[in-house]
Design a protein around this ligand. Structure first.
Ligand code: ADQ
Length: 467
């Protein structure tokens, strides 16, 4: 079996001493990389004035990390402009936030072409290439145009809307044809798969048969749902240990016996933060018995603050948190504690474990790993309750969570009230069922199942070049 070549927008080269518990894709790929070696290729995260120089490669264990810088124009057009300003809101159903600019769309394509030009000479004939996320959708077709014949898969980490919405993008059909350069296109959930199939049916004029394989220009592209997971056992152990650590103990002491409700995310308009604050206010208004007895801790790491809609969001959350505290606080109780920065993984794991309720209510989310981390972090003997948006991909695999519509503050408040009053036996049952599923579908199972589909069944068919 050949090497695995992973391409993602941004690549963090691990320091020698880093443990894989740093999270995300690195954990998912650890086992695969250790078995067969590989290359991880992408942007360094650095932006330079003038021309971006050559890529550089750093070897860690048996993985080559090859990264390159972007110049200012590429960063503005490809990353800030088209990826974050157009594709991110589009795929999250937020047409009103789209700021389409044709010249930025062209830079997006040009940077994808540049990724392909830099990657091509590094490839070996028996490599398997796995491309990640919406910043790199055209990469497959740019590699094919340069003659790449390897198997190439693409995983879409964020939602996939139906064509009625997707077609608002001026280059929508081009993007769909780009996806057909891959051997496998993976999405997170059945709902996203429906969206993707609907887009293919309507946008390409081809009928996707029931087995969700689509044949185009001599290449067969499979469309599949593969739900990403977490490193469940490892996270559970981290949480158990961290809950005895000084940060969690300080938090618990500061609560002076009050129940904790926790929310954790990047500060992003897809995560439903203002709606959640409104629901918490509705709880305090409709169920006064919780006043003085519940504290809501919201941790929201700053993100993409070079985009106006993110700065507006920050202001709105500041205002809402201030209003709720002004309306309901007592001299010795602050209802909302708001931390606008990233906390360490260990610290978060400990906080999740001592929170009676995990409040995960995005307006749209491909999966949402916080929901899974919250459940994995619980003490099985006395677990907390997950209140989860039905619009997160995670909802499909977590029917035992209290599922809510984040746009309905009164019902969210009712669900929070139910969560805060849920008897121990019911909490255990719901938690046990979710935990069994999280253990059966970890992040490394996800990587293996995607690669199995990409390489397994079809590895004996030689892929044909594009016409
Ligand atoms: P994200 O939108 O970043 O990911 P999510 O799935 O929740 O969202 O992952 C966030 C990760 O960052 C989690 O591991 C979480 O613990 C961590 N994190 C969040 N806020 C933090 C904070 N304030 N401090 C420290 N750590 C924090 C995208 C898609 C998701 C999809 C993932 C993976 O938008 O839908 O689940 O990719 O495919």
């Amino acid at each position: 079996m050949g090497r695995l070549v992973v391409v993602s927008n941004r690549v963090a080269i691990p320091r020698r001493e880093d443990s894989p518990s740093a999270g995300g894709l690195a954990v998912a790929l650890k086992e695969v990389f250790s078995q067969r070696g590989g290359l991880w290729f992408g942007w360094s995260g650095q932006v330079v004035a003038g021309e971006a120089g050559d890529a550089k490669t750093v070897k860690r264990h048996n993985v080559d990390y090859t990264v390159f810088d972007l110049n200012e124009d590429a960063y503005r057009g490809y990353y800030v402009g088209h990826s974050n300003g157009v594709l991110w809101p589009l795929f999250h159903f937020r047409l009103g936030l789209l700021t389409y600019d044709r010249s930025q769309a062209e830079v997006y394509r040009q940077v994808n072409r540049d990724f392909a030009r830099r990657l091509m000479p590094l490839l070996k004939p028996d490599d398997t290439i796995w491309v990640h996320d919406y910043q790199l959708i055209p990469l497959g077709s740019e590699l094919r145009a340069l003659g790449a014949k390897q198997r190439i898969g693409y995983f879409h980490h964020i939602p996939f809307p139906p064509y009625a919405l997707f077609s608002a993008l001026p280059d929508a059909d081009q993007i769909l044809h780009d996806l057909l350069s891959y051997d496998l296109v993976g999405v997170q959930s059945r709902r996203d798969l429906q969206g993707l199939v609907d887009c293919m049916n309507q946008g390409t004029g081809m009928q996707v048969p029931v087995d969700e394989k689509i044949r185009f220009r001599g290449r067969e592209t499979s469309l599949e749902a593969h739900a990403i997971g977490i490193a469940t056992q490892e996270f559970a152990e981290t949480a158990a240990k961290a809950s005895r650590g000084s940060e969690t103990r300080r938090l618990v002491a500061s609560l002076t016996g009050r129940e904790l409700v926790i929310g954790v995310e990047r500060l992003d308009y897809t995560k439903g933060l203002p709606e959640r604050l409104k629901a918490f206010a509705a709880l305090l208004s409709a169920y006064p018995e919780h006043r003085g007895n519940v504290t809501y801790l919201q941790v929201a790491a700053k993100s993409r603050d070079d985009i106006e809609s993110y700065r507006d969001l920050r202001r709105e959350i500041d205002r809402l948190a201030g209003t709720i505290n002004g309306d309901y606080a007592d001299p010795d109780w602050t209802p909302v504690r708001y931390v606008a920065r990233a906390l360490s993984r260990d610290c978060l794991a400990g906080f999740y474990r001592v929170a009676r309720v995990g409040l995960v209510t995005p307006l749209r989310d491909g999966m949402n790993l916080v929901a899974k981390e919250y459940v994995a972090a619980q003490d099985p003997k006395n677990p907390g309750v997950l209140v989860l948006s039905r619009f997160a991909g995670a909802a499909e695999g977590m029917p035992e969570a209290l599922q809510v519509n984040p746009l309905d503050p009164e019902r969210m408040a009712a669900a929070l009230h139910t969560a805060l009053n849920m008897p121990l036996e019911e909490r255990r049952e719901r938690h046990g069922a979710m935990m069994r599923r999280l253990e059966a579908n970890t992040v490394s199972d996800w990587a293996k199942s995607f690669l199995h589909s990409l390489e397994g069944e079809k590895a004996d068919q030689s892929s044909e070049p594009l016409e």
